[in-house]
Design a protein around this ligand. Structure first.
Ligand SMILES: *Cc1c(COP(=O)(O)O)cnc(C)c1O
Length: 406
């Protein structure tokens, strides 16, 4: 079967929520994937920041098959070792701030779900347990497609067809601490922010913004909820994006994670710290699959591998090289990012053409907005793969945007 034949069958059998697929993929290894026609690609999107260890990583394979062969699913009437160990591990990682004196000593608790949207649904419900309903979130933010997560997402095109959505959400410009201070009141349950906005095209707030959000939340008795679904678990070269030494380092009340956590096995987690850890009581929330032993074993393997292979350092170094190389082109007006979450602005609204040209050159990249390209490759991306992309980059831009500079 060819890409073309499978695509026709796809269109006949699947709901049209994503538009036509770009390729039909058959296998992967490391940061490489192959399609139905046998063509090889370097995967610089990593399943949208999900395949932390790339494709077919032996540690993930062993963890998943080993756990499935031992105990694959129970239910939340029962507990399992991987689930408990992963919750403890996440609490340890989220408590690691650069300055040891500020290490979070308050209790934390984890609720496991199966996706980013579900982790956010759990957190949204958790905020309601404060007795308040008002949430302040950011314009351009993305928190998922379920009704609750959508209510917290500002993009009109996503929201409008599904209104009315759960209410009492105020959207403020991202990165503007004054606007945030003006919107939060003593009736506000939570401030919800991505430490770096991923779907908006990798938008980094000004230094001190998260610290200001922390101070504003504390002043009004509101919770600071950070959505680290895209930025968490090593993506930025730190375990969590909010652990940036200096003004970027804050202590949140709620952190949600998902995408890269289990390297491709569905999982989500809502981490509550301090008072937020114990807001749920029995019966307040639940899930059948959440905390599944296979997903938790996979996440433990991802975390162990990031640690054992020094991937945080690797991600930081490689991210710098990629950003420098991508910026060295007059048709690129700005390159942003931390670690291997990279966004860049093109001089014209040609991101779809650039993504298509990259694909034709054997590189998978993403175009989240008309003039922005995003890269979120596996954390195990090699220097050689990065170099190959940088070598092809000028020709990709020539083909997509014309050989003359704007
Ligand atoms: C992807 C994403 C989500 C939604 O995650 P799903 O697993 O697709 O439900 C939520 N928040 C952020 C910041 C994301 O990037």
């Amino acid at each position: 079967m060819t890409n073309q034949e499978w695509t026709e069958r796809y269109t006949g059998a699947l709901m049209n929520t994503f538009g036509p697929p770009k390729l039909v993929l058959t296998r992967g290894r490391g940061a490489h994937v192959w399609d139905e026609d046998g063509t090889e690609y370097v995967d610089l999107l990593g399943g949208i920041a999900v395949n932390s260890l790339g494709h077919a990583h032996p540690a993930l394979l062993e963890a998943v098959t080993g756990q499935l062969g031992t105990l694959g699913h129970i239910s939340n009437f029962f507990a399992s070792e991987p689930q408990v160990r992963l919750a403890e591990r996440l609490l340890d990682l989220v408590g690691r701030v650069a300055s040891d004196t500020e290490r979070i000593e308050t209790p934390g608790r984890v609720f496991f779900a199966n996706s980013g949207a579900e982790a956010n649904e759990a957190a949204f419900k958790l905020t309601r347990r404060t007795g308040r309903t008002h949430v302040v979130a950011a314009q351009g933010g993305f928190h998922g497609r379920t009704m609750g997560a959508l209510a917290l997402t500002s993009k009109e095109a996503y929201r409008t067809p599904f209104e009315p959505l759960p209410g009492d959400v105020t959207f403020v410009p991202y990165g503007d601490a004054e606007a945030l201070a003006a919107a939060v009141t003593d009736e506000t349950a939570a401030i919800l922010l991505e430490p770096i906005q991923g779907e908006a095209g990798v938008v980094i707030p000004p230094d001190g913004y998260l610290a200001a959000a922390r101070a504003i939340a504390t002043e009004h008795g509101a919770l600071l909820w950070l959505d680290e679904v895209q930025t968490g678990i090593g993506r930025t070269g730190r375990w969590f994006a909010h652990q940036k030494p200096g003004a970027g380092e804050v202590t949140p009340d709620i952190v949600t994670v998902a995408k890269g956590l289990a390297g491709g096995i569905p999982i989500g987690a809502c981490i509550g710290l301090g008072a937020a850890a114990t807001l749920f009581e029995p019966g307040n929330h639940g899930t059948t699959f959440g905390g599944n032993p296979v997903a938790c074993a996979a996440a433990l393997a991802v975390i162990d591998t990031i640690e054992a292979d020094g991937l945080l350092e690797h991600v930081t170094v490689l991210g710098h090289k990629l950003r420098d190389g991508l910026a060295a082109n007059p048709r690129v007006t700005e390159v942003r990012g931390e670690g291997l979450l990279i966004g860049l602005d093109l001089a014209t609204e040609s991101s779809a053409d650039v993504a298509a040209a990259a694909l034709a050159h054997g590189f998978i990249v993403n175009n989240p907005t008309p003039a922005r390209i995003r890269l979120a490759p596996p954390l195990v991306l090699t220097q050689d793969d990065a170099d190959a992309f940088l070598a092809a980059w000028p020709a990709i831009l020539d083909e997509a945007m014309g050989a003359t500079t704007p």
